[in-house]
Design a protein around this ligand. Structure first.
Ligand SMILES: Cc1cc2nc3c(=O)[nH]c(=O)nc-3n(C[C@H](O)[C@H](O)[C@H](O)COP(=O)(O)OP(=O)(O)OC[C@H]3O[C@@H](n4cnc5c(N)ncnc54)[C@H](O)[C@@H]3O)c2cc1C
Length: 417
């Protein structure tokens, strides 16, 4: 990997706004732990509703997966829809794509309302199949997906990939509703909007522990404490570190990407998934190609919290890059990020413990940019004790472990005191 001149995501080329570290004591209606897309969109939504909000981020806003992803806004999960139905039944599968659609709508709404310059584009997305078997599975899913109101249509490989790459793919499918954005510009724009509505955002303010005392949470960082009625865990892969009962439900999984120098021809007109969703790429407005995935090459080792790219996966991504750009392209960025994979592939959104007002939105299994903005809309309703049917199938209480653990969840974090 000697040609990597930069070891961080392409999204970090510009310095983002900075937020202070928490010092002292604060009171709020809601304290949000985590400053990724979940924490930031929830802070904005609650502030819009006039709640007093404090958001505590351990590092920088968008320093974890939310600043390390590919910026795809996809409604449907990577799996063919028939597989999604087999895993989650029809209602469960429909809830996933409906959430994806609503999240995209929420992104569009925020981009408009806050006048965000974040390269948001309604491009549609492309799924390419490398084998006939995969193509047949996608084809078999079309009637069910279309019957549930989501358009996906088979198109030609020719015209959708560079001519010299056509031989690598057997079939192509178009999802016209999908889109893409610059994840970090989006997140920082929403954060500025949230702060403008009165939300108090802090960086370098890792939550060490929380205690429920006399009807209030006392959430402690190294130099401060926030007292609040409600705590929301917005730490995705890191959630089990504060709530150990989640350790068998949300697992850290690594994802890797690289980004080339600008390429002076069209490689991909829209976000593209291939090989059952394990491979993905998109071309940025400045014509750089972001390409990555290939986790299936080393599923056993692409786990844990280490956010460094590895030789094995980066080489595999480079071989995929050669399929698309046989003449080669300079590689300018390589990076990795940690995703939170839920045990059943669906996020956990809702109350962890309604009695002690602990809620969560996490475990997006690699699709949080395209899901969290809708999940946090619904979670904001739920913590205001309003109905939130959109997240009913994501209720953490579907796991027995949590039903048992929620009795007496009065501590967050292992090291109390
Ligand atoms: C390589 C890669 C590509 C991806 N591509 C896509 C894509 O194209 N489309 C898509 O939809 N999804 C994609 N994803 C997944 C997506 O990025 C995640 O699902 C999403 O960012 C999760 O957002 P989050 O805010 O819940 O979590 P995160 O972004 O992980 O944020 C959690 C935050 O919590 C903070 N934190 C942790 N512990 C504490 C603590 N004790 N106190 C305070 N703060 C704490 C962390 O520092 C972190 O900033 C990709 C992920 C990766 C890694």
């Amino acid at each position: 990997m000697s040609d990597a001149s930069l070891k961080h995501p392409v999204w970090w080329r510009e310095a983002p706004p900075a937020y202070p570290e928490l010092h002292g004591e604060l009171d709020a209606d809601v304290v949000i732990v985590g400053g990724g897309i979940t924490g930031v969109t929830l802070a904005y939504t609650l502030a819009e509703q006039s709640a007093t909000v404090v958001m505590l981020e351990a590092d920088r806003i968008a320093s974890a997966a939310s600043g390390r992803n590919a910026g795809f806004l996809l409604a449907a999960p990577a799996e063919p829809y028939s597989e999604a139905i087999a895993m989650w039944n029809r209602d469960g599968a429909r809830a996933m794509v409906t959430t994806g659609r609503r999240a995209h709508q929420r992104v569009k709404e925020l981009v408009g309302a806050l006048e965000l310059e974040c390269d948001y584009r309604l491009t549609g997305s492309l799924r390419l199949c490398r084998t006939e078997e995969e193509a047949e599975d996608q084809r078999a899913s079309l009637p069910e997906l279309n019957a549930d109101g989501f358009r996906m249509l088979e198109t030609q490989v020719h015209g959708n990939v560079p001519v010299e790459s056509e031989g690598h793919f057997k079939a192509a499918f178009l999802m016209p509703e999908d889109g893409e954005f610059h994840p970090v510009k989006f997140l920082h724009g929403v954060a500025v909007g949230a702060a403008g509505l009165g939300a108090r955002l802090f960086e370098h303010s890792s939550v060490k522990y929380g205690q429920w005392r006399a009807g209030l949470w006392h959430v402690h960082t190294a130099h401060g404490v926030v007292r609040a009625r409600t705590v929301v865990i917005a730490t995705n892969a890191y959630a089990p570190k504060l709530v150990p009962a989640l350790s068998r439900l949300i697992a850290p999984r690594r994802g890797q990407l690289l980004c080339t120098a600008p390429i002076d021809r069209t490689i991909a007109a829209r976000p593209t998934y291939a090989h059952w969703g394990y491979q993905s790429w998109r071309q940025l407005p400045d014509s750089r190609l972001v390409i990555g995935g290939w986790r299936d090459v080393a599923l056993d080792t692409e786990v844990g919290f280490e956010q460094n790219p590895t030789e094995q996966i980066q080489s595999a991504i480079e071989s995929g890059l050669r399929d698309l750009v046989p003449e080669g392209a300079a590689i300018e960025h390589r990076w990795a990020g940690t995703m939170g994979f839920a045990r059943d592939g669906r996020p956990l959104v809702g109350w962890l413990d309604p009695e002690h007002h602990v809620a969560i939105s996490a475990g997006y299994t690699g699709h949080g940019m395209g899901m969290a903005p809708a999940c946090t809309l619904d979670l904001a309703a739920l913590i205001n004790w309003k109905p939130a049917p959109g997240i009913a199938t994501f209720d953490p209480a579907r796991f027995n472990e949590l039903r048992d653990a929620r009795e007496g969840t009065v501590l967050l974090g292992a090291a109390v005191g």
